[in-house]
Design a protein. Sequence first.
Length: 171
Amino acid sequence: MNDPADRIARGRAMMHLLSPRLGGDMTDGLREVAPDFEELLLGFAFADVWARAVLPLRERALVRLGALTALGAPATATRANIDSALRAGLCREEVSEAILQTLPYAGFPHAITALEILRELVEPPSGRTDSPTRRAEPEDAPPKRRPDHRDCPGPDATGSPGAPPSAPWSY
């Protein structure tokens, strides 16, 4: 478990699961200027933190989106994490709502930036049938949900989209 090669392999597997193209493109592009970056990113962020199993991938994606939006993260990080949120099973409406929930804390400029990136990822420019920020995913990629609101779970008895009916809501 503490073997450095195993740690990097676990991190690479998690990165491939979350964002195979965007993650790989980023590490490939930075390898020349920062040779240790990939090992640090894969070992710490992906193997040590993102691979933790306490929260399901969907919830981890929501946490990351909120934090990155609130921090006003650079477009590269926001794009990769919105992409991974969609791959983790969140739909466009859920990603959008997660970003909107940051408004009181992060302000409009940060939320606008994140929403613009979401739009770029899920809506191709008019006249195109593909998105310029997406290429074909590998055959072993997990199945994706359609990036539109129609696949979002509807409101349940509590009025909260996607919440289990027996969720103990206490505010």
